[in-house]
Design a protein around this ligand. Structure first.
Ligand code: 0T9
Length: 397
């Protein structure tokens, strides 16, 4: 059951052994060249908005209930991009480039059909452990998403197959401002990942357990990832989402289910009550098309550590199979970072973030987290909260 070509096979087998005995953060692990991705993790938050029209349309929901459903639909439609893109584009999950402290990634989705322009700002706010913060905003519609993401990885055997378990640490908060000026917030927690397919040398992601979307209007969506995907005879990427009625404050009754959706998060799902199609992110589906983020060409990138500019030589090396060129430039970047950290220590300085600031707590998160806890949701450990702190979005059009 080892990757076919025997030379590669033995490299992969010893890599698997090193993962199995590794403790801590997998971003530090040296992986065989064929599993390297030319893309940095700072680019990943763009997956949240590859359906910019669904993101914008949230605010057009007429009632709190309709908006909660639109948030759920948008969220489900992001999953295919988040978790299957590398398999679709490169044949398997790949190890992303580990961002440097202060690495930034900027992009936007242009205005089209009245949906408004959406801007993306990403910054690597910590290197040890790696934490990525992002802010996505459609100003004209009054819709924004702010979040940060980190991972805790471990090795385990799932359905008799060696697998990497990735606990996502962090959360996102979606804020919408209605035309009346009223604001609604939605706390979005993140699912657990199982990286399966390792023995075949073709890793892919399956989602596990639950994630939640808790709204300030009281609606709660519970998304259960049924994860049949790693049993040989069943369908991959299945989920069931239940939207419950707002709880009256301080009542300890069980939330009443209003809607249930079932299906595949990378394909079709249906409303189980009336059998209408809910989302379809599959290739030919209603929301199958995705719109990649628009990024300035490398020559025009101004920031010191703008992701594609920083990793240009490394990425090119990986893409063209010149792994020694890639390794050399990666080592150069990492040495430079070590020198910067040493110089800062010497001067008693710390690296200054550009777009985010670390805060002790976030009142919106605290409020929604309490609501989740009250409904009996076990809240996972979180990392520090980062807040977007600067009006960095200038119109470049
Ligand atoms: C946030 C997403 C996250 C980042 C990636 C686990 C992972 C790094 C984190 C969670 C995004 O919103 C969604 C998608 C994919 C996740 C990555 C998949 C992956 O394998 C890596 C880890 C660090 C590895 O590279 C493990 C080693 C490798 C051999 C497996 C292919």
């Amino acid at each position: 059951f080892v990757k076919s070509s025997s030379a590669q096979g033995s490299v992969w087998t010893s890599f698997l052994k090193s993962i199995a005995t590794f403790s801590g953060d997998l971003s530090n692990l040296t992986a065989p060249p064929f599993i390297l991705s030319p893309v940095s993790l700072t680019e990943f938050p763009a997956y949240w908005c590859e359906h910019p029209e669904l993101f914008a349309a949230i605010v057009d929901g007429k009632t709190p209930e309709e908006r909660a459903l639109r948030v759920l639909k948008w969220f489900i439609c992001t999953l295919r991009g988040q978790y299957t893109t590398r398999n679709e584009d490169m044949g398997s999950e790949k190890k992303p480039l580990n961002p440097v402290l202060g690495e930034v990634f900027y992009g936007h989705w242009p205005d089209k059909d009245g949906r408004g322009r959406t801007d993306l700002v990403v910054e690597q706010v910590s290197h040890h452990p790696p934490i990525t913060a992002f802010h996505i905003e459609n100003k004209s519609k009054g819709v924004s998403l702010q979040g940060h993401n980190a991972q805790k990885t471990s090795f385990s055997t799932v359905n008799m197959a060696p697998s990497i378990i990735v606990k996502q640490i962090g959360h996102s908060v979606l804020t919408i401002e209605l035309p009346t000026g009223v604001k609604e917030q939605y706390l979005i927690t993140l699912p657990k990942l199982v990286i399966a397919g390792l023995v075949y040398g073709k890793p892919y992601i399956e989602l596990a357990e639950n994630s939640y979307i808790a709204s300030s209007t009281g609606y709660l969506s519970t998304i259960a990832y049924t994860g049949k995907g790693w049993s040989w005879n069943s369908v991959a990427h299945t989920f069931k989402a239940v939207v419950t009625q707002p709880l009256l404050s301080s009542s300890n009754s069980k939330p009443v289910p209003l809607y249930t959706f079932e299906g595949q998060w990378d394909g079709k799902s249906i409303n189980t009550a009336n059998k209408t199609v809910f989302t379809n992110t599959g290739k030919d589906g209603e929301n199958g098309h995705k719109e990649l983020v628009t990024v300035a060409p490398i020559e025009a990138q101004q920031a010191r550590f703008e992701s594609r500019k920083l990793w240009q030589v490394v990425s090119e090396g990986i893409r063209t199979g010149n792994f020694d060129v890639a390794a050399k430039d990666k080592a150069r970047i990492e040495n430079e970072q070590r020198q910067m950290r040493a110089a800062e220590r010497e001067k008693g300085e710390t690296w200054q973030l550009i777009h985010f600031e670390r805060v002790e707590s976030d009142p919106v998160y605290d409020k929604l987290a309490v609501m989740l806890k009250d409904t009996g949701v076990p809240l996972k450990e979180d990392c520090y909260v980062f807040q977007h702190n600067a009006p960095v979005i200038e119109d470049k059009e």
